[in-house]
Ligand binder design. Structure first.
Ligand SMILES: CC(C)(COP(=O)(O)OP(=O)(O)OC[C@H]1O[C@@H](n2cnc3c(N)ncnc32)[C@H](O)[C@@H]1OP(=O)(O)O)[C@@H](O)C(=O)NCCC(=O)NCCS
Length: 213
């Protein structure tokens, strides 16, 4: 057990800096309604594969105004979106986003989606954003996450299963998984590399000081 584990169930600061595995600095913060143009641009730059995986079962060509209007419902509690950007590349729309939305029919659970821009995939950005969701959701009383993952995305499905996720459903091309929400690094099962990496990321984030952004 690491000392920071004991403090990790607190809410994260609304904005902080950390770095990816390759040393790239990243600024992580809550996404706000005024980020709509940035999100639209980011979506336009996503590969077909990432779009299909973000919206399994469909493949929209762009984010609609209707979808962007949902940003106005972000409330820091029931509907939360974390975003990461590279402060060295201010012209980029961002590195990735992750959101959870509390379910009306199961108020201690939420649906989750994470998307990382193609050039940053595999660098640990997904882990950072995923860790943010766990901290924030647990702080807000959410105890289970549901993920709808494209059935061919075997690697990410395996990753979630290594964290303890269970299959809870399948519709054409989409696998639905359920995972407990982790309050702190020590709650993550660490018998696999996936668990170890998420726990290490949560530990790092728990120690991140707030910044103004
Ligand atoms: C899945 C995704 C969010 C992971 O983020 P990432 O920054 O690429 O991944 P990380 O480097 O943080 O690694 C976390 C896990 O993501 C998965 N991953 C990493 N790179 C990936 C890639 N290029 N494609 C698919 N999954 C990938 C791996 O399972 C990895 O864990 P592992 O190394 O223990 O197997 C990202 O690849 C992505 O946006 N894919 C398209 C959209 C999507 O599939 N979203 C998931 C539905 S919720």
């Amino acid at each position: 057990m690491f000392p920071f584990d004991y403090f990790a169930s607190r809410a994260l600061p609304p904005a902080f800096k950390t770095e990816l595995g390759n040393g790239t600095p990243i600024l992580v913060r809550h996404v706000r309604p005024e980020d709509a143009p940035r999100l639209k641009e980011g979506f336009n730059r996503l590969s077909h594969l990432a779009r299909r995986r973000h919206f399994p079962g469909e493949e929209p060509t762009e984010l609609t105004d209707e979808q962007l209007k949902l940003l106005s419902q972000v409330d820091g509690r029931n509907y939360v979106i974390w975003g990461a950007q590279n402060p060295r590349k201010p012209d980029e729309p961002g590195i990735g986003i992750a959101r959870y939305r509390r379910l009306d029919e199961e108020p201690d659970a939420a649906d989750v989606a994470i998307t990382v821009m193609d050039p940053y995939q595999g660098t640990g950005a997904g882990l950072v954003l995923h860790a943010c969701l766990h901290f924030t959701a647990h702080h807000n009383g959410i105890r289970a996450f549901y993920y709808d993952v494209s059935g061919e995305n075997e690697r990410f499905i395996r990753h979630l299963k290594h964290l303890g996720a269970e299959h809870v459903g399948r519709v054409v091309g989409v696998t639905r998984l359920k995972l407990p929400v982790f309050a702190r690094a020590a709650s993550v099962p660490q018998y696999s590399a996936s668990g170890f990496k998420l726990a290490r990321t949560m530990r790092r984030l728990a120690a991140a000081p707030a910044i103004a952004a």
